[in-house]
Design a protein around this ligand. Structure first.
Ligand code: ADP
Ligand code: ADP
Length: 237
């Protein structure tokens, strides 16, 4: 059973004074992500990638089709149940989205506080994650004292805090230089291999897909225009 399955999903934003017409951001997308995949979604700006991520993470509701997470259609779920679904999905972002007023440890602990985990469990989990991302010596540092690569490692640790089975990476390396990008992608590979976390990587950069993904879907104007194994999609016979 796929861990994420989209069946003929659409998302239409209503007309605004700015757009004039409704915007079809996602136009009949079907996609299966299997457990353990590193699944790349690539496309130019405006292709619908971020909208897709927000639908999978249940931050927005689709206007058509079905989205199944671990076999469960999330479209009709009440908000309380959606919160449970979200706890099983970690997210990392282009601009890291760390809380600047909290320490590194405080950022990583945040999802555990939201989930109501006891203090001792939080401390143990934070220590484990600090080790995993190689930032044990930065526990008391604040985000503005860190490099971009370090910030994203904190982002990854925070995303993993509640032990999600799925990690969504939305342009997670787009703000980083090539060397740091490579470091972060290597860490994501370890997350996939050592913890079995299924990763969906959203990017406009082919290099990122070729470095980390096994499967890829190419999006354009809200549709998937090509998909398959990375090797097949990007080799031009
Ligand atoms: P990408 O992530 O590939 O750059 P997006 O998902 O951000 O693409 O955008 C897809 C389309 O949906 C674009 O035309 C964008 O302008 C439109 N769009 C995205 N979010 C909204 C919104 N909240 N309201 C109206 N239109 C939106
Ligand atoms: P903040 O001031 O940023 O909110 P806290 O000092 O409240 O940070 O710490 C947040 C969480 O991180 C707590 O659960 C705490 O147990 C844990 N924590 C703090 N320092 C460390 C550390 N050095 N190693 C592991 N966990 C830590």
């Amino acid at each position: 059973m796929p861990v994420v399955s989209l069946r003929d999903v659409s998302k239409v934003y209503p007309a605004t004074t700015k757009t004039g017409d409704p915007v079809i951001a996602i136009d009949g997308v079907s996609l299966d992500v299997e457990a353990g995949d590193v699944y790349g979604i690539i496309g130019y700006s405006g292709a619908g990638k971020s909208t897709l991520v927000r639908l999978v993470n249940a931050l927005e509701r689709s206007t058509g089709g079905e989205i199944l997470i671990d076999g469960q259609d999330i479209a009709g779920l009440p908000e309380r149940r959606l919160r449970e679904v979200r706890l099983g999905i970690g997210m990392i972002f282009q601009q890291f989205n760390l809380f600047n007023s909290r320490t590194v440890a405080g950022n990583i602990a945040y999802p555990l506080e939201v989930a109501g985990r006891p203090r001792a469990e939080r401390a143990a989990r934070v220590a484990e994650l600090l080790d995993f991302v190689g930032l044990a010596d930065k526990a008391r540092a604040y985000p503005d004292q860190l490099s971009g690569g370090q910030k994203q490692r904190v982002g990854i640790a925070r995303a993993l805090a509640t032990q999600p089975s799925i990690l969504l990476a939305d342009e997670a390396t787009s703000a980083l230089d090539p060397e740091t990008t490579h470091e972060v992608l290597t860490l994501l590979k370890r997350v996939n291999r050592e913890f079995g976390v299924t990763i969906i990587v959203i990017t406009h950069e082919m290099d990122v897909i070729q470095t980390i993904a096994t499967k890829v879907a190419v999006m354009d104007q809200g549709r998937v225009i090509e998909r398959g194994d990375v090797f097949d999609v990007f080799s031009n016979p």
